[in-house]
Design a protein around this ligand. Structure first.
Ligand SMILES: Cc1ncc(COP(=O)(O)O)c(C=O)c1O
Length: 383
């Protein structure tokens, strides 16, 4: 059997990870400033993470959601405390798309409405409801086009309100910081107005913190730079440091009912051990404050690099915009300098999403290599 060929692949075969480094089978060492799509929060193969998962697997890897699972309760308690969202209830699932799918369903169960407002350049995953509010028609199958969706730009308060006023909008979904769209940050004031409009028109506000959450922005959640209290918050990526786990934080105004949501694998024992290990490490190593401090250092350093047209970001969620496509630059950094960086849906924007325990020396190393690369690569023509 062959693999279904859906991913354009770099010819690199990683076999080992340690902290913010990846090693391939030929002994090459790569600085990982991308964390496999913003997934690696506490670093590759962190000893506490490895130990927790190993011990859990030796005891019990999985049992279903038909029996009580104390690890789920421990995870919810620790998550509530560290994120300062103790009043929310937690539903555990397996991925970001699944978290958003459940969030959208829950919103529709709650107010019985069907239309969703989302934002241009946004990404929310590839399951049916999630992909229908994702701004990329190429990944929508005809079956997904039956959803009622409306896309807006950030700050388009008047048109959003005109739409909400009609009374049929079930939910507004927005990323804490747009990731794949190229690190676009909604202003706190915009989020606050959005919250008040959602309240006014009985619309559910869903904050997708799948990429921007878990300390990446320098706060536990990116929206915490504003004063809002979302109705639903979705999480995944950094939550399991590579172990597949996702979650939906649900405001207490939603009443649970047996059978309303469900999953076979979500919240299994091994996944919970991964989720607890991540929270333990974030707390013990003070990684959220570290993300903010290192992020500020990183942003300041980047602003001194000639050839970048715009640097934007918060904490360790950073976007570098150039006036040319970054494809060759990323390739040079990868193959010549052995540094992983990320792309985005904007061909001119590079994403930098390192593990949260990255140090200044890694930032300085990247800055030096980026400056060299910008001198060496042939000047691409602007698009
Ligand atoms: C903001 C956001 N939401 C949802 C998703 C989907 O997550 P997953 O790939 O785990 O389904 C992603 C993935 O990149 C994302 O960045």
């Amino acid at each position: 059997m062959k693999l279904f060929d859906v991913y354009p692949l770099f010819d690199i075969h990683p076999v080992k990870g340690e902290g913010c480094y990846i090693f391939d089978g030929q002994g090459n060492k790569y600085l990982d400033l991308y964390g496999g799509h913003a997934v690696i929060s506490v670093g590759h193969s962190h000893p506490h993470f490895v130990k927790k998962l190993t011990i859990q697997l030796q005891h019990l890897g999985f049992y279903s959601n038909s029996l009580k699972n104390d690890l789920q309760i421990e995870l919810a308690k620790k998550l509530g405390k560290l994120s300062n969202c103790e009043e929310y209830n937690l539903f555990l699932c397996n991925s970001g798309a699944e978290a958003n799918e459940n969030a959208l369903k829950l919103a529709s169960f709650q107010n019985k409405k069907t239309k969703i407002i989302a934002f241009k350049k946004g990404f929310h995953g590839r399951t049916s409801a999630a992909v229908s509010v994702t701004d990329n028609v190429k990944i929508q199958a005809p079956i997904n086009k039956t959803f009622e969706t409306e896309l807006h730009n950030f700050n388009e308060i008047e048109t959003i309100e005109a739409s909400l006023k009609k009374g049929n909008v079930c939910a507004v979904i927005i990323e804490g910081i747009q990731g794949i769209g190229g690190v676009e940050i909604p202003k706190p004031k915009f989020l606050e107005v959005l919250e008040s409009l959602c309240k006014k028109y009985n619309t559910i506000l869903i904050l997708d913190e799948i990429q921007s959450g878990y300390g990446r922005s320098g706060e536990f959640f990116a929206f915490q730079k504003s004063t809002i209290t979302p109705d639903i918050i979705t999480i995944a990526k950094g939550m399991g440091n590579g172990f597949p786990i996702g979650g939906v934080l649900i405001h207490p105004k939603f009443k649970a009912k047996y059978g309303l949501l469900g999953t076979t694998f979500g919240g299994n024992h091994l996944a919970c051990a991964a989720g607890i290990a991540v929270l333990d490490i974030l707390k013990k190593e003070n990684l959220i404050a570290h993300s903010k401090e290192l992020g500020n250092y990183f942003l300041e350093k980047l602003k001194t690099v000639e050839g970048i047209s715009e640097v934007r970001g918060s904490g360790l969620m950073i976007g570098l915009e150039f006036d040319f496509p970054i494809k060759e630059l990323r390739k040079h950094l990868l193959f010549e300098e052995k540094i992983f960086t990320g792309s985005s849906s904007n061909p001119n924007v590079m994403r930098v999403l390192p593990p949260l325990n990255i140090q200044k020396e890694h930032v300085d190393f990247f800055i030096r290599k980026l400056e060299t690369a910008l001198k060496l690569i042939p000047t691409p023509s602007p698009i």
